[in-house]
Ligand binder design. Structure first.
Ligand SMILES: Cc1ncc(COP(=O)(O)O)c(C=O)c1O
Length: 387
């Protein structure tokens, strides 16, 4: 065991994240079986694979045949290359400094170009051809060249030295909205850019526009590639898609009970005493807190699973610990595993339950679990292929 393995093992005695590799495999196969023939799946593994561990997820996805990966930053791409990922890695964020461009070329990453001055900097800095991806803003009003002049941008980039246009893409602003009208408008704008490109005699590279919601909404949005993040991790971009695809949640967050004690009625619990016992009760202190990724705003609202039973979290969530009520679990003991997200026995707590309580999106919940908790991969369920 290396020194870093033993530090990880020490950390995992307190709290950890389990990544269900069988669920990732299931989700990849389920997504692939929905794709239009000829469409490739790009695994979006930015933000440490939405908190799931980018190297772990990308390595598994590559072993399952995924050839395209999406990250937001150059360091995220470098991390994948250093871990041995061979597929194409699209950097979706904006990059224009010489050092970032040199790193992109060195690590065979593929940048997103959004405007002419950025493309010119790339062309000047590069000393060999590089695949680049042109982003067209069709209505998200974030990164990307305005669609109305998209054809000019494509023509200008083509004329620059060393830039090989590998794809043209856009991003949907409202793909999870029950009203698809704006999404269709974006698709029509994207198509009009492509039509004008074709009419100008410019060869059409790979095209992509769909995120998870777009992918699940319609094959008409699949083009040559789909860029899927959230659904890969077993989370529905909107509950309506549950009838379209069966996804399995991938992330399980667990921690251990560090101490148990009995409290009489009328005792304040945790900072500020925002919970006061209404009757004698038994509490357990669990070794996980907001510094690990548990949102503090769930204080006094969260439920967890202990020995397959649902129990309430009490008082304010602190940096390193939470307090739970184990009064009804007669045999609860120090060292017991507490499940914050995931399955225990027949019960399950989903990231969507937390995001609803917090009036946010499940993306923010899973992305909140970043560095402190060690991650381990395991296979809980059989994969699609051995069902
Ligand atoms: C440009 C781009 N494409 C694809 C995705 C993946 O989206 P989702 O996680 O909804 O599948 C994202 C995520 O935010 C993104 O920014």
């Amino acid at each position: 065991m290396t020194e870093s393995d033993s530090i990880t093992a020490l950390a995992a005695e307190r709290a950890w994240i389990e990544i269900d590799e069988g669920a990732i495999a299931h989700n990849i196969h389920a997504l692939q079986s929905l794709l239009k023939p000829g469409t490739d799946l790009m695994a979006v593994v930015k933000a440490n694979a939405y908190g799931h561990g980018a190297v772990l997820v990308a390595t598994l996805a590559e072993a399952l045949g995924v050839k395209f990966f999406g990250v937001a930053t150059v360091p995220e791409g470098v991390e994948l290359r250093q871990a041995g990922i061979c597929g194409s890695i699209l950097v979706m964020g904006a990059v224009q400094s010489r050092s970032q461009i040199e790193a992109i070329a060195h690590w065979h990453l593929e940048p997103t170009l959004c405007n002419l001055s950025q493309a010119e900097i790339f062309s000047k800095v590069l000393s060999a051809p590089l695949p680049v991806h042109l982003k067209i803003d069709t209505g998200m009003s974030r990164l990307g060249y305005p669609w109305q002049q998209g054809i000019d941008f494509i023509g200008q980039v083509r004329a620059l030295h060393h830039l090989h246009i590998a794809s043209i893409y856009s991003h949907l602003a409202t793909a999870d909205d029950p009203d698809p009208s704006f999404m269709k408008e974006q698709q029509a704008r994207f198509d009009s850019v492509i039509e004008r490109t074709r009419a100008a005699g410019i060869p059409i590279p790979a095209l992509h526009i769909a995120n998870s919601a777009g992918t699940l909404f319609s094959q008409a949005l699949h083009y040559d590639r789909v860029r899927v993040g959230l659904s890969l991790y077993g989370i529905y971009p909107s509950s309506e898609f549950a009838s379209v695809i069966d996804l399995k949640p991938v992330m399980q967050v667990r921690a251990r009970i560090a101490q148990i004690k009995d409290l009489p009625q009328g005792i304040g619990v945790s900072y500020g005493h925002r919970y006061v016992t209404s009757k004698p009760c038994r509490i357990a202190i669990v070794s996980i807190g907001y510094a690990d990724g548990v949102p503090r705003n769930l204080s006094n609202q969260m439920q967890v699973l202990v020995r397959g039973q649902v129990v309430a979290q009490l008082g304010v969530i602190t940096m390193d610990q939470i307090v739970i009520d184990v009064t009804d679990i007669a045999d609860a003991a120090v060292g017991d595993i507490v499940t914050l997200l995931g399955q225990d026995g027949g019960r399950q707590i989903l990231a969507e339950a937390w995001s609803q309580l917090l009036d946010t999106i499940p993306y923010e919940i899973v992305c909140g679990f970043q560095q402190r908790l060690p991650r381990c991969g395991f296979r809980l369920r059989s994969t699609h292929t051995d069902r």
